[in-house]
Design a protein around this ligand. Sequence first.
Ligand code: ATP
Ligand code: MG
Length: 463
Amino acid sequence: MDATEARLARELPGYARRVLGALEAAGHEAWVVGGWVRDALLGRPGHDVDVTTAAPWRETAAVLRAAGMTVHETGTAHGTVTAVVEGRPVETTTYRVEGSYSDRRHPDEVRFVTDVREDLARRDFTVNAMAFHPERGLLDPFGGREDLAARVIRAVGEPRLRFEEDALRVLRAVRFACRLGARIERGTQRALDACAPGLAAIASERVGQEMDGILATGRVAWALRHEFAVMRAAVPELAPMEGFDQRSPYHAYDVLEHTARVCAGVEEATGGLPSPALRWAALLHDVAKPACWSVDDGGRGHFFGHPGEGARVTRRVMGRLALPREVVRAAAALVLLHDFELRPTPSSTRRMLSELEAAAPGQARPLAFALLDLKRADALAKAPACRGYAAELDAMSAALRRELAGGGVWRVRDLAVSGADVIRERGIEPGPGVGMVLAQLLEAVKADEVPNDREALLAWLRW
Ligand code: ATP
Ligand code: MG
């Protein structure tokens, strides 16, 4: 073992060691494999530990239970059980290779094998096809360690065959390239371009998970610029953005390059921590521009209605990709309002908050900050003349913080009076009339015509 392997042995968590130890004491070879090994080699040992073993899953379960661990049968069709050790889950899978993939629809059929090298050979990329054992060291038959050090994504085996077996790997290649800041090896890249259309046949929730993973790396701008054939195959709605000349003095770039800049811009605006909804909104905010394009008599391009249509496309795309409902709603709200004409006044701020509340109930507060980040990134990604607007956004963000520090008024329940006050002061019966009065009152407060102060509101009611 060299110094790096010794470091990995030290860093391997005790609970993972116990799983390996129990299996090997019972005579079954076992290794740590995949993401933990890759990330630990990079000096990031926080990844979940996955174990691969020669033991058939029933045997694995029996051995680990006998060692006092709780074992859940989480995927026995693929030979996977999950041991819970010291409160930490360890997925433990029998050495296996995948079925024939003849129809590309049943990657779930597996065949169990006895040689760990066969198991490593079925894995997607060299950096993901390494196994580690605290005494035996690194098992790296495909040069994953070197590729990792050089930041190269390379398919295990013949790239074309591997992508034909499972087209999802096309998208995974892009995800790992983004994640590691890696380049894609030439033969693997050629196969990506050839096999990207195969993504159309992949279950959309699997595509959704990988797309979400790409966005989560914060480097989707790279993927848009360098791997657009893959991105377009994963989300066909993105295709018209490429090369779309906006013929507008406000835009120096085509919609695709503009979008890439906005995606990078929201990372910058948030110090690399945008919410998933903001990342999706950045990707999709102008997706409907090509469809909403028209030219006026002066030859200038316009995009009337593109935020509303964009929000519809956002809901359709993200819904199809099976992303969480709350995230879909939030992203669609941001897309819908990305061109909202905001001014640094209380009334404009409150209008923004209530529009967000209507589009994504309960999420107005965090979304308001996300919307400002999106608008800032959007402004910086337009023509140089638009960049001054980014400075104005500082004033808007100050207005928003002031508004929220004062409690914020954008819902009826934020008013300093209640339905009971309306009934008493106006002498009306309980019923829909009360809600209408409250709604009018809210409008008056939002417009800054009356302060949200109990005495002032009661006086307004008494008029
Ligand atoms: P992450 O942190 O993103 O989860 P990971 O390496 O754990 O990284 P997973 O998608 O969880 O990635 O997969 C675990 C391992 O299983 C991978 O490292 C890879 O070896 C293998 N693998 C997963 N999906 C595929 C696939 N479609 N084709 C081939 N091998 C795969
Ligand atoms: Mg994983």
